[in-house]
Write a protein that binds this ligand. Structure first.
Ligand SMILES: NC(=O)c1ccc[n+]([C@@H]2O[C@H](COP(=O)([O-])OP(=O)(O)OC[C@H]3O[C@@H](n4cnc5c(N)ncnc54)[C@H](OP(=O)(O)O)[C@@H]3O)[C@@H](O)[C@H]2O)c1
Length: 174
């Protein structure tokens, strides 16, 4: 289910045409009954988007966002934690370009998906989803590491200039 401002927009119709089993609704309607809620918004649209939502206390929320402006010391995950008291939050899916989310299974070497958080259930849900779509999901530590993960996307963007947007992070073991 996509939560979007205008479910009837041309942009939403194009997204649904590419993903025929999905539906679109307003953010308020789309969170109803959802097991997992993923935030993939512009960082500066979070407050307006959260405002009409019902309480997400106890619900698993995954933050896939990156901050490109505003307070450089704050993560978008901290913004969400402040706006959604009691939500079970994890950071994931933010350190690689979106194109790779549908092609992770086809990679020659698996790309790592870093997952940070303080809530074990939220973290485990993000790990399971990332693994299911083909990533090597790795526990990247507590929620306070959400900010370092946002910084990592700047490194990914620099790497993508040289290696293309299919580039991904990997772990090297001895
Ligand atoms: N693009 C990537 O490869 C990538 C990879 C990893 C993480 N991310 C992160 O994921 C997030 C989304 O990235 P994106 O590339 O999809 O960005 P985007 O195209 O700029 O924005 C995504 C959505 O934000 C919503 N939005 C924009 N302005 C808004 C406003 N004023 N009020 C309410 N909603 C608003 C729009 O939803 P509507 O559908 O309602 O218009 C839009 O579709 C960002 O935080 C980005 O850093 C992106």
């Amino acid at each position: 289910m996509f939560g979007v401002r205008d479910p009837a927009s041309a942009k939403t119709s194009a997204a649904l045409a590419a993903a025929p089993n999905l539906r679109a609704a307003t953010p308020r309607d789309s969170v109803e009954g959802a097991d997992v809620i993923v935030f993939a918004l512009r960082w500066d649209a979070v407050q307006d988007t959260v405002a009409p939502l019902p309480s997400l206390e106890g619900r698993v929320v995954i933050d896939a966002m990156n901050r490109f402006g505003g307070d450089p010391a704050r993560s978008t995950t901290q913004d969400l934690a402040d706006l959604l008291p009691g939500a079970r939050i994890a950071k994931a899916f933010n350190t690689i370009g979106f194109e790779n989310l549908t092609t992770a299974r086809d990679r020659r070497t698996p790309a790592v998906m870093f997952v940070a958080g303080d809530d074990p259930e939220a973290k485990q849900t993000a790990v399971a989803l990332a693994t299911e779509i083909g990533f090597q999901a790795e526990d990247a530590g507590p929620l306070s590491n959400a900010k370092p993960l946002e910084e990592m996307v700047k490194v990914w963007l620099a790497l993508s200039q040289r290696h293309g947007r299919g580039v991904g992070f990997a772990l090297s073991e001895e």
